[in-house]
Design a protein around this ligand. Structure first.
Ligand code: GRF
Length: 225
């Protein structure tokens, strides 16, 4: 394995706190990556400002400027591929991606999702976890496939759900874990320890259990919603 930092491209849509956690780990010397570009579909994304302040190249590919998803994604792929990344990281990227895009980056496209997948795919995960009375909640990093939020899970982290939690307090607890596990999965990948083989996650040559680290009891019923 080469010791040169791995070129990566990070896609964001908003606040960019996951982006910042990746940046912090990189600067601390714990993540051997070179962030070639931070690309946002949203020109107003707060995360773009953090990226610029940190001296990172940023680009905007605004989905509103394209007639349809295929055209937007073609432009996005061009923007990404100019940087020849080994890994593309969806760090709070809020557009649903199509088949062509996903196939193009198969096995090198990671996403962070704020739930214990397969529970609570989609949006508003914290409010839904509360409404379902889930005993615990958490975050998942997974390889992206055409199954929305359903790609093979790499790593998960759980947090307790407390009696007095609001979606915000629960979400903050989950976010803290997101900031831990996304850099961890990135590190595994760029160190050559992690891959996607025949739809399964391989870490250090071993097949990961289907739900990553844990399968949270009690909330599987929500999974198919
Ligand atoms: C995170 O909760 C992430 O899991 C979800 O969108 C949110 C993005 O937050 N996909 P940030 O922009 O990284 O702060």
């Amino acid at each position: 394995m080469s010791s040169a930092p791995a070129p990566v491209v990070i896609l964001i849509s908003g606040r960019g706190s996951n982006l910042r956690s990746i940046l912090d780990e990189t600067r601390a010397g714990r993540l051997p990556i070179e962030i070639r570009a931070v690309i946002s579909n949203n020109p107003e994304a707060e995360g773009l400002q953090h990226a610029r302040a940190a001296g990172m190249p940023t680009e905007v590919v605004n989905h509103r400027n394209y007639a349809d998803r295929a055209q937007f994604e073609a432009k996005l792929m061009q923007a990404i591929d100019r940087h020849a990344p080994r890994l593309v990281i969806l760090a709070g990227f809020m557009r649903i991606l199509g088949e062509v895009f996903i196939r193009h980056y198969a096995g090198r496209l990671l996403n962070i999702h704020p739930s214990l997948l397969p529970a609570f795919k989609g949006l508003n995960t914290h409010a839904r976890a509360l409404a379902a009375g889930a005993p615990q909640h958490g975050a998942s990093v997974h390889f992206v496939t055409n199954d929305l939020d359903g790609g093979p899970v790499i790593v998960q982290a759980t947090v307790p759900v407390r009696a007095n939690d609001s979606a915000d307090t629960l979400g903050a607890r989950v976010l803290h874990e997101e900031h831990r596990i996304l850099p961890l999965a990135i590190r595994w990948f760029v160190e050559g320890r992690l891959s996607l083989r025949n739809g399964q996650v391989l870490l250090d040559g071993e097949i990961r259990p289907e739900q990553g680290l844990i399968a949270a009891p009690g909330i599987q019923a929500e999974a198919s919603k």
